[in-house]
Design a protein around this ligand. Structure first.
Ligand SMILES: Cc1cc2nc3c(=O)[nH]c(=O)nc-3n(C[C@H](O)[C@H](O)[C@H](O)COP(=O)(O)OP(=O)(O)OC[C@H]3O[C@@H](n4cnc5c(N)ncnc54)[C@H](O)[C@@H]3O)c2cc1C
Length: 608
């Protein structure tokens, strides 16, 4: 006789409740309730089928959705534990109850990726040489490698123009890091910006100047201008596909850029749940693009990494790719070209060590929120085919505890960052990655952490990262420390007392006038007085900057700047369009959508 039981576990962005039908010890049916529009929701049908086929809960986790897979497994375990008398029905439905049969290797954590650094080297190899004997198993006009925002924008553009498109995706679900993003996107001069902000005279030229200034002479200006010029069209392209733009705001200022070029440009879409722009809302964008690409005839294959390019011996032309599909190696011809869209070197420790010191340090010490399948494969594939690299070195970092300076509508609370000498070193309310680059540099130069100092008044201020309750909890956990005097504070954070006293005296003297003549801070300028609170600055990494050299058509260039025929790159796989730090929210999504489309447009124009 079959009986039904239920269990609930905490998944990614919400709970998963499994309803399990048991015939004796065997699971004959399982259905799961998952919040729609979440990473957990993307893999759930596959997990249901796998458990039904196996008759038990212990099936393989889905790559790229491991937290959700383990949560699904825990929910099923908890349901079966009710049948066995190991849990009551009530306990099984309480997400806080531990999975009684939790496997030793189960991943835990609040996000799919926090602290999960794939130390496995990327699976890719050098190119397979092309000759007349090479037999392709399949043939398409375009092969897109990676189904994040860049890959899906490329696939949609190419498929809608009538080209046959194959998308190779290494993970078990689509979307990559783009799923985890807020989906916000910068553009200047759109109808939305005019209607929703006071900036009715903005234009792409000002936008490009701003990004070029922020790029500190390290960006390819042609790429940046082309991105700024096309960003408004891409906003409209997405709106035509059903994305509902609902608000526009600005990134925090950057001291070294001209304020004349600043405007509110960060476009936020409706996430369908009464909000927008929150981490995880990127899934609306990836699902919209995926649907458009599939509706236009594109094919996508999951758990199918591209592991090599097929290239002529003179290293001038790319003919296709090698993928691993269902345990088999298959050669796919790309008659017009291959678009690499596998993001940056996010979880690749070796490439980070060689090319990006800040990212290398983050991978070793801090949480990295980008998709664990992003191991720099496209960058390695391109380099192995002779491509040059450009713009390696920056990161998209923010202060992980406070999210300080991510939105210009939220002022920085009164606080200062101090280095190991007890001195201020940066404009604290500058955009987050600018500040976090300074934090990284101070920490490397002085070999010790930096700290954020605030006081009782800071908690009452607009933009405070803490309430009285959350602060009390953090003090109890030791994440925030409290000091009654400057001397005690200096001792707690191991900095010279006289320096710290001088720093606070200087800050407080200027703060009384509402000015920061030292670093030109604009918000949260108020004196700090005892008792003090202190929190060690901790970076949270959203991705590595830098990638393959491309031209404005999206073609990958070799080390002598000649195009490698048939090879294109888009999104964070491409370098040169972002400078040594991330210039503000919405830049990456603007870039990935534009470059995905641009590479596809070049392929569409290509004569056969
Ligand atoms: C939490 C968070 C919030 C963010 N919020 C924003 C925001 O609101 N706005 C903004 O502009 N930016 C934001 N960013 C940054 C932005 O999301 C990313 O930079 C961007 O989405 C990267 O897009 P992509 O298409 O280049 O790569 P991804 O979206 O990561 O896609 C790469 C894909 O390639 C696949 N892949 C990797 N290797 C292979 C292989 N060998 N074969 C086949 N497939 C492969 C991966 O599995 C993945 O699906 C955020 C980042 C994070 C982490």
């Amino acid at each position: 006789m079959s009986e039904q039981y239920q269990g609930t576990a905490k998944g990614f962005h919400g709970n998963i409740t499994a309803t399990v039908t048991l015939d004796g010890d065997t699971i004959s049916d399982v259905t799961a309730e998952v919040e729609p529009g979440t990473v957990g929701g993307l893999g759930v049908a596959r997990l249901e089928n796998a458990v039904k086929a196996a008759g038990h809960a212990d099936v393989d986790a889905i790559t790229g959705a491991t937290i959700s897979s383990y949560a699904f497994e825990a929910a099923v375990h908890k349901a079966t534990a009710v049948a066995k008398g190991d849990l009551t029905a009530e306990q099984a439905l309480d997400a806080a109850t531990e999975d009684p049969y939790k496997p030793a290797d189960a991943t835990t954590g609040a996000s799919e990726n926090v602290n999960v650094v794939e130390r496995n080297p990327s699976p890719v190899t050098k190119p397979v040489p092309y000759n007349d004997d090479v037999k392709f198993d399949d043939s398409y006009d375009v092969v897109v490698v990676g189904s994040g925002g860049a890959g899906l924008a490329a696939a949609t553009e190419a498929a809608q123009a009538g080209l046959s498109v194959f998308i190779s995706e290494k993970a078990g679900i689509p979307g990559g890091t783009t799923n985890f993003s807020g989906g916000v996107m910068q553009a200047a001069g759109t109808s939305y910006q005019k209607a929703l902000t006071s900036y009715d005279n903005d234009n792409p030229d000002k936008h490009a100047s701003y990004w070029i200034d922020a790029g500190e002479d390290q960006v390819d200006m042609t790429l940046v201008r082309d991105l700024a010029k096309n960003a408004p069209k891409n906003i409209d392209w997405l709106a035509d596909m059903g994305i509902k733009w609902q608000s526009v705001y600005g990134n925090n200022h950057i001291p070294a850029t001209s304020t004349l070029d600043f405007a509110d440009r960060i476009h936020v879409y409706d996430n369908g749940k009464g909000g927008g722009g929150q981490m995880g809302d990127g899934i609306v964008l990836t699902q919209t693009l995926l649907k458009a690409a599939l509706d236009a005839g594109a094919t996508i294959s999951y758990d199918t990494p591209t592991t090599a390019l097929v290239q002529d011996r003179d290293r001038k032309i790319i003919y296709g790719v090698v993928v691993h599909q269902n345990g088999e190696k298959r050669l796919i011809e790309a008659k017009r070209g291959v678009i690499l869209a596998t993001a940056g070197i996010d979880h690749n420790l070796e490439l980070a060590k060689a090319q990006n010191p800040q990212h290398y340090s983050d991978l070793q010490h801090h949480a990295n929120l980008s998709a664990v399948t992003d191991t720099g494969d496209g960058i390695f594939l391109g380099m192995a085919a002779g491509a040059g690299i450009n713009g390696m070195g920056g990161t998209i970092d923010l202060d992980g505890k406070t999210g300080n300076a991510t939105n210009d509508q939220i002022p920085s609370m009164p606080m200062i960052y101090v280095n190991a000498k007890g001195k201020r070193f940066v404009c604290e309310d500058a955009t987050y990655a600018f500040t976090m680059r300074a934090v990284f540099q101070q920490e490397k130069q002085l070999g010790k952490p930096t700290n954020m100092i605030f006081d009782e008044n800071s908690i009452q201020a607009e933009g405070s990262a803490w309430t009285a309750e959350t602060l009390a909890k953090d003090v109890e956990k030791g994440e925030v420390k409290k000091a009654a005097t400057v001397a005690e504070l200096a001792k707690l954070i191991h900095v010279p007392e006289e320096n710290l006293q001088a720093t606070l005296t200087e800050w407080n003297t200027h703060a009384k006038t509402g000015q920061d003549p030292v670093y030109d801070r604009q918000t949260g300028i108020a004196p700090l007085t005892a008792p003090f609170y202190v929190h060690q600055t901790t970076a949270m990494n959203l991705g590595a900057i830098g990638g393959l050299t491309i031209n404005v058509e999206g073609q990958v260039l070799d080390v002598l700047d000649a195009p490698i025929k048939g090879l294109y790159a888009a999104g964070l796989t491409a370098g040169g369009w972002l400078g040594p730090y991330y210039p503000g929210s919405g830049t990456a999504i603007a870039g990935i959508v534009h470059q995905g489309r641009k590479a596809a447009q070049t392929l569409i124009k290509k004569r056969m």
